[in-house]
Design a protein around this ligand. Sequence first.
Ligand SMILES: CC(C)(COP(=O)(O)OP(=O)(O)OC[C@H]1O[C@@H](n2cnc3c(N)ncnc32)[C@H](O)[C@@H]1OP(=O)(O)O)[C@@H](O)C(=O)NCCC(=O)NCCS
Length: 273
Amino acid sequence: MAELRPMYMSDLNTVVKIIEATDEDDAEEAREIYQEYGVEGQFVLEHDNKIIGVIGYSEVPGTDGTYWLSWTYLDPAFQGLGMGKQMLNDLLNMLREKNGRKIFVKVSDYDDPEDGRVYERAMKLYESVGFVEELVGKDFYDEGENQHIYGLKLRDAASDEEDEVEIADEKPVIRFDGMYEIGDSDGAYTFSWTVKDNKGLFEKRNFTVEDLRLGIDAVRNEGGRKIFLTFPSNLPLIHTPLQAAGFKFVGRLTDYYEKGVHELHFTHDLGNG
Ligand SMILES: CC(C)(COP(=O)(O)OP(=O)(O)OC[C@H]1O[C@@H](n2cnc3c(N)ncnc32)[C@H](O)[C@@H]1OP(=O)(O)O)[C@@H](O)C(=O)NCCC(=O)NCCS
């Protein structure tokens, strides 16, 4: 019998080794993330007192019960036996008990010259418990390596479906305050932005096409390939400048923030592939 228990910092090396067996880069990144953000919401799968897998979740602050699935890896000796599905279902049930509303997971379609599509089994696993692909970020991780985002409703949809929600548009002042390369990508950048509550004399202006062009030039100077930006769906003022600066709509994560407020994804291709 294999069982989930909360992960502790003392499990770090064992967990990183399990991830390393599939992907060395992921293992390094996972170590950094566990060290920086801690292991709350992370679980290990124990079999005969030995750790054979890892799984977890992180809640998105400011949303109505939205989660991301964290690193999900099994020791290769135990793959293909139904244990991955069992630990995922156990985790989803924990979130249902916490009244979680929706969970998302990102998967790469990396096609390894020797090992083929390494994450194919993971995609099948997510689909087998009800996850549905909501968007594909083309060339997100690298040229030819796309990001697939799957979503799953955690709450019984029946009552939810009938609730008509009216979402009002919001027009806050949004300004960019940074630019950085997306952690697990090669040459994909994003801008960070803040909402200015204090609408002082110099803070009245929303971001403009010029602001976007400055950001695009900065990414180009860094040798970036692509820019990915995400915004809530109830901000009508963002569309005109994004379009004018050459951003294209990629797709949306449905009900990401709350029912009726989606996360819209946009991309700009710099042609530096
Ligand atoms: C992904 C992973 C956790 C799945 O766990 P697992 O125990 O191997 O998978 P399971 O035996 O529970 O099978 C789950 C589903 O995967 C599919 N599957 C199983 N074996 C498969 C195979 N050889 N090829 C393709 N799909 C397969 C099946 O659809 C199965 O669902 P079903 O039982 O309804 O038919 C595990 O294989 C793993 O750690 N893989 C490497 C790391 C990884 O890809 N992590 C995800 C990062 S996003």
